[in-house]
Write a protein that binds this ligand. Structure first.
Ligand code: GAR
Length: 193
């Protein structure tokens, strides 16, 4: 069985969408895969309770307990590796990862970012798209490389930016699409693994 480990920092709506897709499309049978654990760097992440409701094992590696990024990433990798993952999925995981960590999971580390990469890497993507006068926003699923919000693109979704849009309204429109493209990209990759 190919184990999937999902990393979150917050509400976990992408994680929940992946869990729902895995159940609905029977990834165990269709892809020989299962979601083995959800790991958060924040003990209060709302997604942890959601994962437990679905019967998924959860772990917390609180970044505040570590003095350096290297120390945090080493512990995170140790906790991830207990699950022997075929795929490590970043789903609203808001920590910058060290090159060593990224190299360890090369080719099996995915991220979703709420912009049409390579436009707007980093934070506040929706406000920046509005400020730039973009007519379209979107989201990108990509392989993670050492460069932040970069790496080979697997899926993108485009949404229109409407007159009078706020960053919040745009974020909600994009998030709906994230919930469609992330499970799809993961399922496709699982079949190829
Ligand atoms: C999502 O919009 C995701 O694309 C974004 O955080 C949100 C998490 O929502 N990720 C990033 O900005 C990573 N750079 P969720 O916790 O409800 O899935």
């Amino acid at each position: 069985m190919k184990n999937i480990v999902i990393l979150i920092s917050g509400g976990g709506s992408n994680m929940a969408a992946i869990v729902r897709a895995a159940q609905r499309d029977n990834w165990r049978k269709a892809c020989g895969a299962q979601i083995a654990a959800v790991i958060s760097n924040r003990p209060d992440a709302g997604g942890l309770a959601l994962a437990r409701e679905h019967g998924i094992a959860t772990d917390v590696v609180d970044h505040k307990r570590f003095d350096t990024r290297d120390a945090f990433d080493a512990e995170l990798a140790r906790v991830i590796d207990v699950r022997q993952p075929a795929l490590v999925v970043l789903a609203g995981f808001m920590r910058i990862l060290t090159p060593g960590f990224v190299a360890r999971y090369r080719g099996r580390l995915l991220n979703i970012h709420p912009s049409l990469l390579p436009a707007f890497p980093g934070l506040h993507t929706h406000q920046r798209a509005l400020d730039a006068g973009c007519r379209f926003g979107g989201a990108t699923v990509h392989q993670v490389t050492a460069e932040l919000d970069y790496g080979p693109i697997l899926e993108q979704a485009i949404v229109p930016i409407l007159p009078g849009d706020t960053a919040q309204a745009l974020a909600a429109r994009v998030l709906t699409q994230e919930h469609l493209i992330y499970p799809r990209a993961i399922a496709q990759l699982l079949r190829a693994l």
